[in-house]
Design a protein around this ligand. Sequence first.
Ligand SMILES: [Zn+2]
Length: 307
Amino acid sequence: MTLPESALSHLACPACERIENADGIHTTCPACGSPLLASYNLEGLEGELTKGVAASKKHGLWRWAGLLPVRRPFYRLQSGLGESPLLRLENLGKQLGLAHLYLKNEQDLEERRLVVALSRALELGLRKVTPASDTLERLASRARIQVALGGFDLSIWQEPYGLEGLKTCALEIAEAFGWQLPDVLVAPDEAMLVAAWKAFEETRTLGLTGEKRPRMVTVQAGEAHPLAQAVLEQSNGISLPVSTEEIASQHKNLAASEGILPSPPGAAGLAVLKQLLTRKWLMPGERVVLINTGNGLNFLRGKNGSQ
Ligand SMILES: [Zn+2]
């Protein structure tokens, strides 16, 4: 079974509606500075996406190729990612009084973002990228692309394609629930929040998911990015701040109750959940998914320490 072709059609600015050719090299919107978002010709994709996906789990996150921006398979870097477990947290759910609590247990969410951003950079002919990180250097060494100052900036919000990589995490969640989206999605990372909402809009347009979409929740850390703010408003979502004490406490709690060592953002997401229960913003019977952004061991070892 071959994968569907990328249905990438153009780039669109969500702030000023400017349109750009997707096959040129772009950073942010030249008119207003907002991130540019990848748009797809979804009409051509109905049916193809799920057929390809069902038959091609071995392709990792590229099984979603129709909804990803890399046109030629040659440039799709392999990552080993693309099927992180969706775990039911029974012990923690009982403790919190949530009957349907799940954890999407990512090992390295940043890798999903960079695999797609870097593959697209390669396809567009770029040969030098920045900023240096363990994950980027590992991927770049396989792709024979240089990580150096002055290279094309792959930082989040600075180029259009990393969000598309994060989208695959949300597509897996939707697929795992038989395309019935959860009531609440806690994405502690703002870019993941925006990417998940974009994924659910696309699956709705494709007819895979219905009108109902989750209330989106994130961790408040300073002023929200305008795109994240828009998602919270459209979804009747919320963002709340958490203290370092709450993060440490929920880190221990998840380890003790479920044997899972979350990343600090993952633990922060759980701390937000607890606050939402206290406020009765969440109901006990609702289906809630929390995204853990990485393996807590990596953080303890100092890897991904920048997150
Ligand atoms: Zn713009």
